[in-house]
Design a protein around this ligand. Structure first.
Ligand SMILES: NC(=O)C1=CN([C@@H]2O[C@H](COP(=O)(O)OP(=O)(O)OC[C@H]3O[C@@H](n4cnc5c(N)ncnc54)[C@H](OP(=O)(O)O)[C@@H]3O)[C@@H](O)[C@H]2O)C=CC1
Ligand SMILES: O=C1O[C@H](COP(=O)(O)O)[C@@H](O)[C@H](O)[C@H]1O
Length: 519
């Protein structure tokens, strides 16, 4: 069943496996991975033939570990563990082993534990290694998995790794070189959790299952594309990591470019993982590179938040955040004008932006269509707004299209009308979490929504010149107050081309009539 679009219940059931969770005491495991496993179990997607081995250095008994897992599910899972019988069946699958990943002997002990679990839960030798660890540990873990004998098994083995995949192209290549000494590319599942989001996966369906979008999906009909990943949060307790990363590496190199690739790719000939990923990598390869620092300064905006207010609450500036250098020049805001040099997209600007401490939490894609010809028919008497297709990814999920229609009762006055399918209003905010979908896919061996090495490599090739230009003394860091929409320069980028950022988060101009399953 590998390679099918994840369309829900008809998807394949997974084979039993031992899931090794390296970083079992960490933040990601607690907030995302245990809740994802419980949701899969509750929905019957995980049967009884699985075991989870939590691995980290600090000591824990199995009982303590299960209590930690329960606490995490109570706090973060969309299902509550209130069915005692279900919970007691579920928790039996969890065991903990204290292991420093540099200790090879510990990996040999893990083989013995694995054999016991495989016999107990009738697991046919399949092994999934999930590395919720700092990236510098990916190589050493891979080597010790091999040296310790964990890969000598009759079933499959897969490696799931977290971002960031490297700091630049060179370090990403070194990292890849290390893990591919042990695992084949098809055994490596590189997580980009945006690809697990319901509406990001829906982009393919919207584009390729509707006859009226695809014929318009090109530079003849589309004026520009806008991708916004806005966050209200600051760096929270991740200042140490973020200050070395910044918005470019944390969000743009991965999530933003992946979304852009999904919007821009050619229709794959089949819905197989490699066909889809082949098309995405062609887009990444066609991104017009910034060839000089001046090109970067003309097309890219680099911002950092200062103290401000959000919903009346005072907020500190980035440089005052915990574990952040008080003189930091790390960007918390990134915007760019990007071109894809292929026949379909020649001349169409893609405007992408992301930032922390913006006024709303939202991820949206706006496709702005070219306007009706000027000077004829209705444009002689009316200001016609361009048609829009808006894909709302997160946290509200849905799509809407904006068209022009006659104002009822008038001669030919025209008003914009937005027609919305609000998916969240239909099914609530209870769609599967991205991690749930991706864990399920990894266990089933469906790599469609994981990033292949060549995608990562090309994304770094695009990002590296930006980071290099920003290291030069003439590079300007712009400041914006927390709670604002970022530096003014981001609006100018679009204004230079005669466009503006469309309002996101369902906020819109007053004159728009909404037809929606909410409003
Ligand atoms: N947290 C998040 O929201 C996100 C995280 N990520 C990525 O996921 C990965 C994990 O992040 P996160 O959970 O936040 O990190 P944490 O710092 O919270 O957790 C790190 C984990 O690694 C374990 N660990 C550290 N060193 C060793 C070692 N030598 N041997 C064995 N275990 C070790 C720690 O346990 P112990 O100290 O007990 O050994 C802990 O369980 C990172 O790559 C991060 O970039 C990606 C996206 C989002
Ligand atoms: O990968 C990351 O994503 C989150 C935003 O994810 P979302 O699903 O909440 O939109 C971001 O806050 C974090 O800095 C970054 O590492």
């Amino acid at each position: 069943m590998s390679g099918q679009l994840n369309l829900g219940p008809q998807a394949a059931k997974m084979e039993g496996a031992v899931i090794y969770l390296f970083g079992a005491t960490g933040d990601l495991a607690k907030r995302k991975l245990y809740p994802a496993l419980f949701s899969l179990y509750k929905e019957g997607k995980l049967a009884e033939d699985f075991a989870v081995v939590g691995l980290a250095r600090r000591p824990r008994t199995d009982e303590q570990f299960r209590a930690d897992v329960l606490a995490s599910i109570q706090e973060f899972c969309r299902y509550k563990p209130d069915d005692e019988e279900l919970w007691s069946r579920f928790e039996k699958h969890f065991v903990y082993m204290s292991l420093d990943i540099h200790n090879l002997e510990g990996f040999r002990e893990l083989v013995a534990l694995t054999q016991r679990l495989e016999a107990q839960f009738e697991i046919p030798g399949n092994r999934l290694f999930y590395l919720a660890l700092a990236p510098e540990l990916f190589g050493p873990v891979s080597f010790n998995l091999r040296e310790g004998g964990l890969l000598e098994t009759a079933g499959w083995h897969r490696l799931v790794i977290e971002k960031p995949f490297g700091y630049d192209r060179e370090s990403a290549r070194e990292l890849n070189e290390q893990i591919t000494q042990v695992f084949r590319e098809e055994e490596i599942y590189r997580i980009d959790h945006y690809l697990g989001k319901e509406m990001v996966q829906n982009i393919e369906v919207i584009r390729f299952a509707n006859a009226f979008f695809e014929p318009l999906w090109n530079n003849k009909h589309i004026a520009n594309v806008q991708i916004s990943l806005a966050e209200t949060v600051g760096v929270e307790d991740r200042g140490g990591y973020y200050d070395k990363s910044g918005a470019l590496r944390d969000m743009a190199q991965n999530h933003m470019l992946q979304m852009l690739a999904m919007i821009a790719m050619e229709p794959p000939s089949r819905l197989h993982p490699e066909d889809i990923r082949d098309e995405k990598v062609k887009v990444l390869r066609s991104l017009r590179p910034f060839r000089s620092p001046e090109e970067v300064y003309r097309n890219v905006v680099r911002g950092q938040y200062t103290a401000g207010t959000l919903k009346g609450k005072p907020l500190k500036g980035y440089r005052e955040e915990d574990s952040v250098d008080p003189a930091s020049v790390t960007e918390t805001y990134f915007a760019a004008r990007v071109f894809i040099d292929n026949f379909r997209w020649a001349g169409v600007p893609f405007y992408i932006r992301t930032g922390k401490r913006l006024p709303v939490k939202t991820t949206e894609v706006v496709i702005e269509f070219k306007n009706a010809p000027a000077g004829v028919l209705f444009r002689t008497r009316n200001e016609l707004a361009p048609n829009l297709l808006v894909i709302r990814v997160n946290p509200m999920e849905g799509i809407y299209i904006k068209i022009n229609a006659k104002k009822p009762g008038s001669d030919a006055d025209i008003q914009p009308v937005a027609m919305e399918f609000c998916q969240s209003c239909q099914v609530g905010l209870n769609t599967p979490e991205a991690y749930e979908t991706l864990l399920y896919d990894a266990i089933r061996g469906d790599s469609t929504y994981f990033t292949r090495w060549d995608e990562v490599d090309h994304a770094w090739a695009f990002v590296d010149p930006i980071a290099e230009a920003w290291r030069l003394p003439e590079s300007e860091l712009l400041f914006y107050p927390a709670g604002s929409w970022g530096p003014e320069r981001a609006a100018e980028l679009l204004a230079e081309d005669g466009y503006h950022w469309w309002p996101v988060n369902g906020q819109d101009e007053d004159n728009v009539i909404w037809i929606s399953n909410t409003k």
